[in-house]
Design a protein around this ligand. Structure first.
Ligand SMILES: [Zn+2]
Length: 108
């Protein structure tokens, strides 16, 4: 998935970094979601409400994916945890979803 070009150029390097860090620990890692439109968020939220989503989904207007401040990366739980814990040490706005059953989710 080549969704990196949808990020603001000031934000993009952080998400490229976190993806490469996860990939170093798990070469099978892949990006499953980047920036979402409100329509995409609404569609995912409906799926979530219908019990068709493995991960929590915020209502439209409430997701950091819509503001271009989040990325989802599918990888081994061990790789996600290691990078997630490091990510959270980078600053107060760096949040890892592992704290709320969403370990694929990184935001800032
Ligand atoms: Zn996410």
């Amino acid at each position: 998935m080549s969704g990196f070009n949808r990020y603001d150029p000031r934000i993009r390097p952080w998400f490229e970094w976190v993806y490469s860090a996860v990939q170093r620990l798990d070469p099978t890692a892949r990006v499953t979601s980047t920036v979402r439109s409100s329509a995409e968020q609404a569609r995912l939220y409906r799926r979530y409400l219908a019990g068709q989503s493995r991960y929590p989904v915020a209502p439209p207007g409430r997701s950091r994916h819509e503001s271009g401040r989040a990325i989802d990366i599918k990888a081994s739980p061990q790789a996600l945890r290691r990078v997630g814990e490091y990510w959270e040490q980078l600053g107060p706005s760096f949040k890892w979803g592992g704290r709320f059953n969403d370990d694929i989710h990184f935001e800032l």
